[in-house]
Design a protein around this ligand. Sequence first.
Ligand code: AMP
Length: 470
Amino acid sequence: MSFDDLGLGSDLLRAVADAGYEQPTPIQQQAIPKVLQGRDIIGVAQTGTGKTAGFTLPMIEILGKGRARARMPRSLILEPTRELAAQVAENFAVYGKYHKLNMALLIGGVSFTEQDQALNRGVDVLIATPGRLLDQFERGKILLADIKILVVDEADRMLDMGFIPDVERIIKVLPRTRQTLMFSATMPAEIRRLADTYLTLPSQVSVAPSATTAEKVSQRLVPVGGDFRAKRQALRELLRTEEVKNAIIFCNRKRDVSILARSLDNHGFNCAALHGDMPQSIRTETLERFKNGEITLLVASDVAARGLDVVGMSHVFNFDVPMTADDYVHRIGRTARAGLEGRAFTLAAPADAKYVASIERLIGSPIPRLTLDGVAPKTEEAEAKAPAPTSRRRSRRPAERTKAVPPPKTERPEAVPPPDEVEVTHVHGRSESGSVGTVRKSQSNGSGRKHDAEEKTVGMGDHTPAFLLR
Ligand code: AMP
């Protein structure tokens, strides 16, 4: 099937061709004709499937036929995070380039004045996060009585983030006669209830369940000791041996995002942090720099990195095992997008065994283990608790070092057996004598005090103390 068969007008077909798309994705093939017919839709699809164009293209077609009035947007797209809202806005700009539609973003962290001006001009498409929209609505800055199309995107994420009550409050002030499109990667009971309550005779369109995304990504689980230092050491080892073009490194906690980013920076990696507590202007700038390749490694929390669409991202690292299996699929789905290859590594401490088990249940297969000798759990008890390694040999040649990876600060012996003999991974971090461990040399710093050659010495000031970063 081609884009010509979907019922889109010539301006949109031109914009789609300009974007370089040759064929509609499965979700687009299913959703676009139905949205054009005015049907309500439940779309079971996650980011990476082309779902955004699946709803934006027909919306542009429909909205192209009318005009917006000041402060009365004609369509509303709800997104769980500012980043996703901004990404959808970018999509509108790309696909709507031959249309004269006005769009406004209503997200936290952007000045009210700017948003006010946009609303005053009259907007065809309002893209908003629920909290900010309610805020503006309750101040009387915006009227929602003219909304003809509502999109609730990433509904399951809205649920995880506690936004469903806000979403319902918004839906209740919208006109009853409207078209509603709801997209969700999974369909928990609460989302099903939302759909049953607020959609009219919806048509369900879906692409393969979210778990199958995992199939395109080459995954490894790396057993590590539970302490922070062992995990950081394992991560550096991986960053140095993998051919990392660009990667997101996920942490479960915002605090750890900052600490890990500083630690990596201390070790000479080109990285930045992204989490929900950072000012919006910095989040936006950081993302921009990551997308344009200025930053190679993005250390992020789930919320900040949700749904990010970065073309050709080579790796995802889970510094922490996510606590929900769905998050695992979402995280690793940041790589291997648009038919490209991707690799995902998850550091798993013995205490993570139950989360690993639930991930493996969801994706329907065990994640192959990769043992890094210097960091694997050591005690017999810990070994017993750790997920059992299923493979012990190396899958690929140690990568050429890329820009992401600084040359090690100490001499490192060749760490792997010849590539021809081997299939799955077992990396030895050897000491100079060939035994296990990261190479470290004790040096005198001239003051008679010895310090570790691999670590930078940092003062207190605005730094995180060095002992936290080791
Ligand atoms: P999404 O699932 O909406 O986040 O889209 C994922 C990526 O696929 C985005 O980078 C889109 O630009 C891209 N994309 C969307 N539709 C198509 C298509 N028909 N052909 C090729 N790429 C597409």
